[in-house]
Design a binder for this molecule. Structure first.
Ligand code: HEC
Length: 117
């Protein structure tokens, strides 16, 4: 019984963590630090296209569209192309899972989506 309670406690705190990260996007400094650590800044910046589209433009494109978050999380995990061909010339976004932890990928996507005010 004791064991069951502690397992349930871990599951509960994990789900609390996930739900708070969905609502509180990292501030600019923390978001960029995580992006740097994760290798994203080799191809992205907030203001300018590098290899991939500027994250400010990504955020503006999907502003107000709540259906995009899960799709973008999946895209950062598995990679893909086709949404920014006119900007990138068709270069694909590489897959990041499992190199970057799922929770970090979710935080990065929330951070990107928070950029357009
Ligand atoms: C090797 C270069 C490269 C790296 C490194 C890279 N990206 Fe990208 N990223 C791209 C390209 C190219 C695209 C455009 C894909 C397309 O046309 O759909 C893109 C697109 C995106 C998009 C928008 C996807 C869409 O469907 O609109 C997001 C969000 C994104 N990247 C996040 C990240 C994150 C987070 C990281 C780090 C974990 C990262 N990228 C690392 C090249 C890169």
């Amino acid at each position: 019984m004791k064991r069951f309670i502690s397992v349930a406690g871990v599951a509960l705190s994990a789900s609390l963590l996930v739900s708070t990260s969905a609502f509180a996007a990292l501030d600019k400094e923390a978001g960029l630090a995580l992006a740097k650590k994760s290798g994203c800044l080799a191809c992205h910046s907030i203001e300018k296209k590098v290899v991939g589209p500027a994250w400010g433009d990504v955020s503006a494109k999907y502003k107000g569209d709540n259906t995009q978050r899960d799709r973008l999380v999946a895209k950062v995990k598995t990679g893909g192309k086709g949404n920014w061909t006119e900007v990138t010339g068709g270069v694909p976004m590489p897959p990041y899972s499992p190199r970057v932890a799922d929770a970090d990928i979710e935080q990065l996507v929330d951070f990107v989506l928070s950029l357009a005010k």
